[in-house]
Write a protein that binds this ligand. Structure first.
Ligand code: JHZ
Ligand code: SAH
Length: 415
């Protein structure tokens, strides 16, 4: 196995260095967005995907993981702008930030990390608000740059924060979506935030929420890029180390259940009651105790068995199945459940860089979405369930022609 490791002895928490022990192993996993050509099959990278919950700081984390440069580079396959739903979501995010925190400021300055193709920052750029994106994956960053969105092609860390302060001054808002949980050296990110943020500045970020993953058994949110699944408890511990505090938390529907955290330097702003309410919820939901995840593990195993049994049964009846949307999440489902080219003929997807390649690990062909209507299968396995409304609306004809969708969240069923 081609195996690099962020955490060589497998037992040290990435946040607080406490001893951790993995409670579940999903097996050998490839890079979730590592769509590849046939000639690369023999050199494909795999790692052992195990998860742990730290008893001290309560952070849910991967125990092993590829190096960031292996996942985020000039061939990165996830372009944020592929979803209309998410474009609207980020417009609302930007409007909320402007009206609640920036509108009375003189020449406000916003920095976003993981700005990707500019899906969020374009809402600031269009209003003439000073902004800067930090995005290490050069291909997605170029899409933003081509639209006139100021972007630095680098990984964010403390030394970059110091350079930004020298060149542009401190920021009024530091924002991030679906990237904080991707960064193994997260302590160095918070050190950078500490340097970058004005005394009355605000940090707002959102990521998939551990509470939703546990409640809905959306174990497909666990893959190489997601080093962490955050809770209010773990985020509180993380920022408290740097004299910062959570002042609000707001659950979001995006990506199957996310949480938005608003954070400031300690003592600068009043704290919303949502924070203590959500902390109470987390204790009751068992998010702070590793023993309460044994039920989650059983559910993962149960859903794996029933999804595979359903696909096997459909194939025994001589019917065809295709995947729909080659999401990062699908890499976990396919490889953990043992789904192969015997089950799925192909996966249809809208992303040009994925089309014509093969899925990570199982090597299922990826075909352009527009070919779906010419080759309707009997069943389509919906890997993009978080985009269900958008996808169902545009693929109504598939149902009209007698096609059936298979979904697995929160349980395996035909719809
Ligand atoms: P989607 C990515 O997850 C990766 P993914 C990352 N780690 C993360 O945290 C979140 O995003 C933010 C396809 N699609 O959004 C296009 C269709 O084919 O669930 C993409 O390949 N037809 C950063 O990959 C994929 O789905 C459609 O109509 O799980 C994106 O999937 C739509 C709407 C999407 O993110
Ligand atoms: N914010 C967008 C993109 C999320 S994808 C959205 O929610 O849709 C995660 C992005 O974070 C990728 O584009 C990746 O290249 C970037 N990224 C990963 N590590 C980073 C780091 N240390 N600093 C800045 N960006 C990073």
């Amino acid at each position: 196995m081609n195996h690099s490791n962020q955490n060589p002895n497998n037992t040290i928490c990435l946040i607080c260095s406490y001893t951790i022990s993995p409670f579940m192993n999903f097996g050998r996993m490839p890079i979730a967005n590592g769509f590849l050509d046939e000639e690369k099959f023999h050199s494909e990278y795999f790692f052992d995907m195990e998860v742990a919950l730290c008893d001290n700081c309560k952070m849910f984390q991967l125990v092993n993981q590829p190096e960031p440069e292996q996942m985020f580079n000039e061939n990165y396959a996830f372009f944020s702008g592929t979803s209309k739903l998410m474009a609207n979501h980020f417009k609302d995010f930007a409007d909320h930030l402007i009206s609640d925190y920036l509108k009375d400021k003189d020449d406000p300055f916003v920095v976003e990390i993981g700005s990707n193709d500019g899906i969020m920052l374009k809402n600031f750029a269009q209003k003439g608000i000073r902004h800067l994106g930090i995005e290490p994956s050069a291909n997605v960053a170029q899409v933003a740059i081509d639209q006139g969105i100021n972007t630095i092609v680098k990984f964010f860390d403390k030394s970059l924060a110091e350079k930004i302060v020298l060149e542009h001054g401190q920021v009024d808002a530091f924002i991030a979506a679906n990237v904080m949980c991707h960064i193994p050296k997260i302590n160095s990110i918070i050190e950078g935030v500490k340097v970058l943020l004005k005394s009355d500045g605000i940090v707002i970020f959102e990521d998939p929420y551990l509470g939703s993953v546990k409640e809905k058994t959306t174990y497909d949110q666990i893959y190489d890029e997601h080093t962490f699944l955050f809770s209010i408890h773990s985020i509180m511990y993380l920022f408290n180390q740097y004299d910062m505090e959570i002042i609000n938390v707001e659950p979001q529907e995006s990506h199957g259940g996310s949480m938005r955290y608003t954070i400031s330097h300690k003592g600068e702003k009043s704290i919303n009651d949502n924070v203590s309410n959500q902390l109470r919820y987390e204790v009751n939901a068992g998010l702070t105790r590793v023993d309460s995840f044994s039920h989650f593990k059983e559910n993962c195993e149960k859903y794996r068995t029933s999804l595979l049994a359903l696909l096997n049964d459909i194939k025994k009846r001589g019917k065809t199945i295709a995947g729909y949307a080659a999401t990062s999440k699908s890499t976990t489902i396919i490889n953990y459940c043992g789904i192969t080219t015997d089950h799925l003929d192909c996966i249809y997807d809208t992303t040009p860089i994925k089309q014509g390649k093969f899925s990570p690990g199982a090597h299922i062909p990826i075909k352009p979405h527009y070919e779906f209507k010419n080759n309707y299968p009997d069943y389509a396995l919906l890997f993009g369930y978080n985009h269900e409304r958008e996808i169902m609306a545009k693929e109504q004809e598939f149902i009209n022609q007698g096609g059936k969708w298979i979904t697995y969240v929160p349980e395996v069923k035909i719809i």
